[in-house]
Design a protein around this ligand. Sequence first.
Ligand SMILES: *[C@@H]1O[C@H](CO)[C@@H](O)[C@H](O)[C@H]1NC(C)=O
Ligand SMILES: *[C@@H]1O[C@H](CO)[C@@H](O)[C@H](O)[C@H]1NC(C)=O
Ligand SMILES: *[C@@H]1O[C@H](CO)[C@@H](O)[C@H](O)[C@H]1NC(C)=O
Ligand SMILES: *[C@@H]1O[C@H](CO)[C@@H](O)[C@H](O)[C@H]1NC(C)=O
Ligand SMILES: *[C@@H]1O[C@H](CO)[C@@H](O)[C@H](O)[C@H]1NC(C)=O
Ligand SMILES: *[C@@H]1O[C@H](CO)[C@@H](O)[C@H](O)[C@H]1NC(C)=O
Length: 760
Amino acid sequence: MALRLSFHYVWMAVAILTSHMIPTSAEVATYIIHMDLSAMPRAFSGHRSWYTSVVSAAATAPSDSISATSNLIYVYDNAIHGFSARLSPLQLQQLKRSHGYLSCYRDMPVTVDTTHTPEFLHLSSGSGLWPASNYGEDVIIGMVDSGIWPESESFSDDSMTDVPARWKGVCEQGTAFSSSTCNRKLIGARSFNKGLLAANPNLTIAVNSPRDTDGHGTHTSSTAVGNYVPGASFFGYAPGTAQGMAPRARLAMYKAIWDEGAVTSDIIAAIDQAISDGVDVISLSLGLGFFPLYKDPIAMASFAAMEKGIFVATSAGNYGPGLRVLHNGTPWVTTIGAATVDRDFASIVDLGDGSSINGQSMYPGRPPSTRHHALPLVFMGSCGNRTLLKNARHKMVVCDAKDLEFATSQVESTKVDAALFISAKVDLYVKFSFPGAIISPQDGKTILEYINKSSDPRAMLRFRETILGTKPAPMAADYTSRGPSASCPTVLKPDILAPGSFILAAWAQNSSVGFDGSHKLYSPFNIISGTSMACPHAAGIAAMIKGARPDWSPAAIRSALMTTANNLDNTMMPIRDMGYCDRPAATPLAIGSGHIEPNRALDPGLVYDASTDDYVRLLCAMKYTSKQIKTITKTYSFDCSHASLDLNYPSFIAFFNPNKTAASDEVVQEFRRTVTNVGDAVVTYNAKVVAMKGFAIRIVPEKLVFYEKYEKKSFALILVGQMGKKDDEVLHGSLSWVDDKGKYVVRSPIVATTINSTRL
Ligand SMILES: *[C@@H]1O[C@H](CO)[C@@H](O)[C@H](O)[C@H]1NC(C)=O
Ligand SMILES: *[C@@H]1O[C@H](CO)[C@@H](O)[C@H](O)[C@H]1NC(C)=O
Ligand SMILES: *[C@@H]1O[C@H](CO)[C@@H](O)[C@H](O)[C@H]1NC(C)=O
Ligand SMILES: *[C@@H]1O[C@H](CO)[C@@H](O)[C@H](O)[C@H]1NC(C)=O
Ligand SMILES: *[C@@H]1O[C@H](CO)[C@@H](O)[C@H](O)[C@H]1NC(C)=O
Ligand SMILES: *[C@@H]1O[C@H](CO)[C@@H](O)[C@H](O)[C@H]1NC(C)=O
C-alpha cells in the first residue's frame, strides 16, 4: 500500500520529502484522531476545549521518547470531527482509551509526485451554460493546491462585481504576499503547513504564504475560473485568449502543498477552512493511495463538504493505462479522468526534396534552422551510440525511438543540433529542450526512404505550429487512471472525462516552464498534462451549473454531468483509449460516462439524485463497523436497517466470478434506481438499451411517464446472461432514457466484469 498523496500532473516530478519525515515506531508522530462529538461531556464549552483536554490527559502518559511533548496541531471543525496531534506510542495508547475516541491514523507524508478548451467544449456566449450561469458569477471555487500567483492576468478582477456578502474567507499576509493582493476574482488565500512543520521541526519554509512557487495551483485555478487574457500562448504554441471554464466565478486558494513537502493533516485543515469560509465547489487535483473510505482523509473531508451541499471534483490519478489504479473513487465526489483535446503542437519538417512532414513538438527555444539553412540528415538507429551522436553535432539525427525517453536523453546529453524521433508514442515527451520532434512511424518511413535515396539528405525544422481540429478527439489519455474504484468497487469510476492533455493555463512567473538547452525558461503561461488539469475543467463547469441551478445537490450536478456526457468522439465513433490502441472503443473503466458536455449538462431532463442517507446505506452494506461509519459521517445519526450497495447512481457495474459462469450458468444482477424529472413537466421517457455480448438487459418498466417537475419514478435494470471464464474481462453497454419529443437522452454506462473486486 503506497503512502502517497500525489499531484495529478505528469510533466514535473517534484519529489521532495525525505525519509526523516517518517518516524520509526518508537518515535513521536503526527496522528489524525477522529472523535465522536456526541460523546462530548457536558462540562466542556465546545469541541476545542474537549480535544485540548483529551490531548493533555494523554500527555501524562510516560513518554518513551525524550523529545516527546504532546502537541495539538489542528482542531478540525467541519471536514472531520477530531484533531491532529504529535504523540508518542504510549501517549497514543492512552488517548485511544479516551471517552469519545473513534479512530486514528498516522499523518501521511505526501510525495508530490486555456485558450482552446472552451471551444472544444462548445462553450459560447450566445447560448448554453455560459449565459445561463452568467459565466459562474458569484459561485465560489475553493482550490486546495500549491498556492497562487496573484499577479497573473488570469486573476484580474476586470468586469467582476463585488464579492458576495456571504463570503467569510480572508486573504492572509505572508512572504511575498500582501493581504491587499486579493481582489474581486481572487477573494481568499490562505496557507496550511502546521502539520508539515510539526513533522519537520527544523524545516524552514522559504515562501511562507499562499504564493505559488511551483505553478500547479496557478494553472489549475486559472483553468477553473481564469479571467480573459488576450494574446496568451506558450512560446507561440496554443495562441489565443486564455480563459477559465467559469470566467466570472470567484476563487479562493487554500495552499497545502509546499515545495518543502506536504502532509494530509494540512490538506484536511485546508478543506475544513474552505467549508467554513463558504465555498460552493472544491477542486482537488490530488489524491491518496489506496485506502478504505474510513482511512482516506480526502474522502472523509469530502463527505463533510457534500453534506453542506458543496460539489467536490477530484482527479482520478495518472497511473494508467492499467486497470484498478484509480484514486478518489469515492461515491460522494465526482472523479475526473483526463482526455486529449483536438489540438496538436507541431513542428514542420521540410525535407530537401521539397516535401514536408508534420512532427509533434513543443520546443520553446530558437531552432537552428532559423539560420535559413537545412541541416544534413542522418539516421542513427536507436540513437544508442553516444560516440556517433557526438560526431553528429551539427546535423539533424533521426532516431528509431522504440524507447523514446532513452533516445531523447541520449540526444539531449550529446548536444546534437536537432533530432527527429520515430515513435508511435507522443503523450509526454514533446516539451523538448532542444530542437526535436516526434514523427509517426508512417512518416518515419518516408524520411528514411528519402535519406536512402538522396546523395545529400537535408532537412529544416519549423516550430510553434498549432493544429486545431485533429481527429479523433477526445481520447482517453494513456496516463489517466482506470477503475474500478478500490475503495468502493460497486460504484463505477471514474465518472467522466474532461480535457487533461496539453492544457495551456497561467503559471507562477518565478517557476521555470522548461529549458532551451540548459537555459531555464519562464513564461506567464504553461502547457502541462494530467488528471490535475482535467479536474478544474469539471470544477469550473460544475460551478456554472450550480450558479444556474442553485437548488441542485452535488449528486444532481454530478448526474447531469454524467448522463449528458458524450461517449462519441469528433468522428462520431465511440471514444478511443490511447492506452489500448487495438481496441475499438474505450471502456467505462477509462472514460466513465464519457466526455463532459457543459451545455447539455445544464438541462439533463432526469437526474439520479443521492442524499447523505443513501451514502450511509452504502457504507452499511460495505460491512464497515459502526465506528468506521461514524468516522466518516461524524454525528450524523444513522441506522443500517436498509443497507444497500445499490446506490442511486447514474451508472452501473456488476462483478461476476468467472468460475461460476459455466456456459450453462446464467448470472443475474438487479439494480434499482430512481430518477427525478428536472426537465419538461409532462414528458414520457422510453428505455433504449445497448446490450453487451452474452447479456440481456431488461428495464422494468420500460416507459416512465411524468406529469410534473421534480416528480420521481423508479425502475429496475436486470442483467441476465453469461460471463466468459476469463479473469479481468470487461463488457459494457448502456441504458438511455429518451423522451418522446427527442429532446433528452439520459445515458448511463453499464459494465459487467470478472475483475475480482475483493482483490482491489
Ligand atoms: C534540529 O536541530 C537541532 C539543533 O540544531 C538538532 O539538535 C536536531 O537534531 C535537529 N532535528 C532534526 C529532526 O533534524
Ligand atoms: C559506436 O560507433 C562507433 C563508430 O562507428 C563504433 O566504433 C563503436 O563500436 C560503436 N559503439 C557501440 C557501443 O556500438
Ligand atoms: C535503404 O537502402 C538499403 C539498400 O538499398 C535497403 O536495404 C534498406 O532497406 C533501405 N532502407 C529504407 C528505410 O528504405
Ligand atoms: C521572483 O524572482 C525575482 C528574481 O529572482 C525576485 O526578485 C522576486 O522577488 C521573486 N518574486 C517573488 C514574488 O517571489
Ligand atoms: C478459478 O478456478 C481455478 C481452478 O480451480 C483457480 O485456479 C482460479 O484461481 C479461480 N479463479 C477465481 C477468480 O476464482
Ligand atoms: C478474490 O480475491 C480474493 C483475495 O485474493 C480471494 O480470497 C477470493 O477468493 C477471490 N474471489 C474470487 C471470486 O475469485
